[in-house]
Design a protein around this ligand. Structure first.
Ligand code: AHG
Ligand code: MN
Ligand code: MN
Length: 340
């Protein structure tokens, strides 16, 4: 049984029950993920002193303005991962299509999808940000295509994030629960600090960007109105609201003390022809796996996020995740409004 103080490598080695021929692979791969996260944690902490703040002056494939740190984080991650010998290719929020591992490096049988820097709008204000990652298997040794990344969230062999905040924390799952590691900067190691993370089924805290309330569809309007009615309303208790502006920050809080995170499809996104804001393969799926592994629920309102069969690399989805009682309630409201 792993104890607080165990290093990430020791923990993963203890937990590894894969067949002899692949034993140690995920430990090595996650070791490289940890290295990338340490490099990014350092850059985020240096901030303006490292010249990483501000806009990059260009857009990504999704039409979003990129920050310098979005691009740097993408490069740092790829640089740290491409020599692992374990990856066949990498897909990222910041790249139009996937990046195949170049032929000068050994190619392996895993695929990595990641959001290099989540919560970009927090970079310049020294707010919390993070990196989200999802690992799946790639059958065979051929170079992958974009289509090889289109796997449902149930096929993830590992998912996690690194939160860059007052402490940097790596939180991950390999399908055996959720574990949190805190970066000890004095020795440069992620050390087990949060064993067996679970999300309480019940909560009185929600996270949604309320500035879009005029665009919300009926289920979200009803759910939030009822929460805000407090002790005098149908929920008969007061609710609190938090919105970090970074999914990593919000999901981390929910893993620590419960809550429900909602980024719904709304009339504004619909009018733009979008299916949601958050991206399935490198935001919703890895966070969904963490939340389910911690005993919570992750849903779009019409189906569990992890059941979605993706059709495109940068696919967007509505997201409702966290404490199961609240997610189930909002899903019920969606069932009552099947046109929304
Ligand atoms: P990213 O910075 O990777 O583009 O992701 C930002 C996401 C997510 O982290 C956050 O919950 C949400 O976008 C915030 O969006 P709004 O600014 O619309 O609230
Ligand atoms: Mn993001
Ligand atoms: Mn991002």
């Amino acid at each position: 049984m792993s104890q607080i103080g165990t290093t990430l490598t020791q923990f993963l080695t203890e937990q590894d029950n894969s067949p002899a021929e692949s034993r140690g692979e995920l430990t090595a791969l996650l070791g490289d993920v940890a290295t990338a996260c340490k490099r990014l944690s350092h850059l985020v902490r240096m901030g303006e002193l490292a010249g990483v703040l501000g806009a990059a002056g260009q857009e990504n494939v999704q039409g979003e303005d990129q920050k310098k740190l979005d691009i740097i984080a993408n490069e740092v991650f790829i640089d740290s991962m491409q020599r692992s010998g374990l990856l066949a290719g990498v897909a990222s929020e910041e790249m139009d299509s996937h990046y195949p591992i170049p032929s000068q490096f050994k190619r392996g049988e895993y695929l990595l999808a990641f959001d290099p820097l989540d919560g970009s709008s927090n970079i310049d204000v020294n707010g919390s940000t993070g990196t989200i990652f999802s690992i799946t298997r790639h059958a065979g040794k051929d170079a992958p295509s974009d289509a090889d990344f289109l796997k449902s969230g149930r096929e993830q062999v590992c998912a996690g994030y690194c939160l860059y905040s007052s402490a940097s924390m790596l939180v991950l799952t390999t399908g055996q629960g959720v574990t949190g590691f805190t970066l000890d900067n004095s020795v440069g190691e992620f050390i087990l600090s949060h064993p067996d993370i679970t999300v309480p089924a019940s909560t009185s805290e929600y996270a949604i960007n309320a500035s879009y309330s005029r665009h919300w569809l009926a289920p979200e309007k009803r759910y939030i109105d009822e929460c805000n009615a407090g002790v005098d309303g149908p929920r008969m208790r007061n609710f609190n609201m938090r919105w970090a502006g970074s999914m990593v920050g919000d999901v981390h809080r929910i893993l620590c003390r419960g809550g429900v995170f909602i980024y719904p499809l709304d009339a504004r996104l619909k009018a733009d022809g979008k299916e949601g804001k958050l991206r399935l393969l490198y935001e919703a799926n890895p966070m969904g796996m963490l939340i389910e592994q911690a005993g919570g629920m992750a849903h779009t309102g019409t189906q569990p996020i992890l059941d979605i069969e993706p059709y495109t690399l940068h696919q967007r989805v509505p997201v409702i995740m966290g404490s199961s009682e609240e997610v189930a309630r909002l899903v019920e409201y969606h069932a009552d409004n099947i046109n929304d």
